[in-house]
Write a protein that binds this ligand. Structure first.
Ligand SMILES: [Mn+2]
Length: 424
């Protein structure tokens, strides 16, 4: 299904007066409100192809209904989100869960829906049906050259799919590591992984990037071969100028200062991409901003400050993606909430008075610095975000319209109650 323009206008009409009242109030206190709105209109977050179905845990999966059963259906879902919020105009494909069978047909669908293809993601953390060699003891790090070869070939195949669709980046997340002391020679595991990544790197087209994603633990619980940002940065630096570190918010040990990591990676010109989610304990893959919204704001504060210091384009110079799982919510509603949380934090970060912040830091005025951050964090910018959405042709309240239109019920009617999206 697609959402027609008039349906959005019918939704916005009765909400306009109240929206205007709120926007005028918050907008009048913001000196650069027009510039902020333009930045928000330009900003887009990619939706991964595995986020359109209900996720699961190792204990079970409780599938929803009306899930997209193929890639076209997943693209249709992303287009629904984009029609509602105008900030989700890209899809990130996971290979082999979503191998495009007919490139030109898929590209036509994307063009019709107004979507572009974001980074492509490889998968050497599972054995696929009919796969000759197993990744049980790792992939790019494996002691057996033949297993490494298989994993390298898979990554170059993913690049080939991405080239056909117009993607410009490969994201490599490895589950490689060890579960027990003594299982691995750390140095050899690193070197095998580096050599494998070097081969993958050499297959990258000239205008491509490779993102090396790290994770502290799980599925390996003693060591991860790309376990933290330092290790990822080591690989990225050794690989070359097309290699970057990718930060996934859920992939840190508890209480890690992610905003500081972001600041330093940006300083080094080595932050490439970002996976948004939230967590209470580990890699919980919860809705963005649902647990620690202040942390999300502090991260965006560093992102904006760091990107501006390097004169980077906020929209295109980093890869932005949501990486979450939806065990108890409708995936589309969850994604609308996640995108909204991202836009709010981004808007707030754009409001920070950098001159005053610098002065406070130069004066060692700790109190003033905290006041600047917290006054901004406590500013309700939702009407500014809604104004950007409105000007872009979206809904004032995407979630409310999703429910008013009974979109999930319509998808169930079209697709059936028993469809299950490909994924974990
Ligand atoms: Mn991730």
């Amino acid at each position: 299904m697609q959402i027609e323009k008039h349906r959005i206008e019918e939704h916005n009409g009765p909400l306009l007066a109240e929206h205007k009242r709120k926007f005028d109030f918050v907008g009048s206190g913001v000196h650069n409100v027009e510039a902020v709105i333009q930045r928000l209109i330009d900003f887009n977050v990619a939706i991964p192809s595995w986020a359109l179905g209900t996720g699961g845990t190792r204990f079970g999966r409780f599938s929803g209904a009306g899930e997209p059963g193929n890639l076209e259906g997943k693209m249709e879902d992303v287009a629904l989100l984009h029609a509602l919020n105008r900030s989700s105009g890209a899809i990130s494909l996971h290979i082999p869960w979503d191998i495009p069978e007919n490139y030109s047909a898929i590209k036509t669908v994307a063009a019709e829906l107004g979507l572009r293809f974001d980074a492509v993601n490889s998968n050497t953390f599972q054995d696929q049906k009919g796969q000759p060699l197993s990744y049980k003891f790792g992939s790019l790090q494996h002691i057996d050259k033949a297993v490494r070869r298989q994993a390298i070939d898979h990554n170059t195949e993913v690049i080939r799919h991405g080239v056909q669709l117009g993607s410009k980046a490969l994201t490599v997340w490895l589950s490689d590591g060890s579960c027990f002391p003594g299982q691995l020679n750390f140095r050899k595991a690193f070197q095998n992984t580096l050599e494998s990544l070097q081969e993958i790197y050499s297959a990258l087209p000239g205008d491509w990037k490779v993102f090396v994603e790290y994770k502290a633990y799980e599925p390996n619980f003693y060591s991860m071969t790309v376990g933290d940002w330092g290790q990822s940065l080591l690989y990225a630096n050794k690989l070359g100028s097309k290699a970057y570190t990718l930060v996934d918010l859920g992939h840190h040990l508890p209480n890690a200062n992610i905003e500081q990591i972001v600041a330093l990676l940006l300083m080094e010109g080595k932050l490439g991409g970002f996976h948004f989610n939230d967590s209470k304990y580990g890699d919980d893959d919860l809705t963005v901003g649902s647990i620690k919204p202040y942390q999300l704001f502090l991260i965006f504060n560093e992102l904006v400050e760091g990107m501006d210091a390097r004169e980077m384009d906020h929209t295109t110079d980093l890869g932005w993606m949501i990486d979450a799982s939806h065990n108890v919510k409708d995936p589309l509603e969850d994604l609308l909430q996640s995108v909204e949380a991202i836009m709010i934090s981004y808007a707030q970060a754009l409001l920070i008075d950098r001159k005053k912040m610098n002065e406070a830091q130069q004066d060692n005025d700790v109190v003033a610095a905290q006041e600047i951050l917290q006054n901004t964090f406590r500013t309700d910018v939702r009407a500014i975000v809604a104004e950007a959405r409105l000007r872009g042709g979206g809904a004032i309240n995407p979630l409310r319209l999703f429910r008013e239109m009974k979109i999930r019920e319509q998808l169930i009617k079209e697709r059936g109650a028993k469809t299950v999206a490909t994924g974990l």
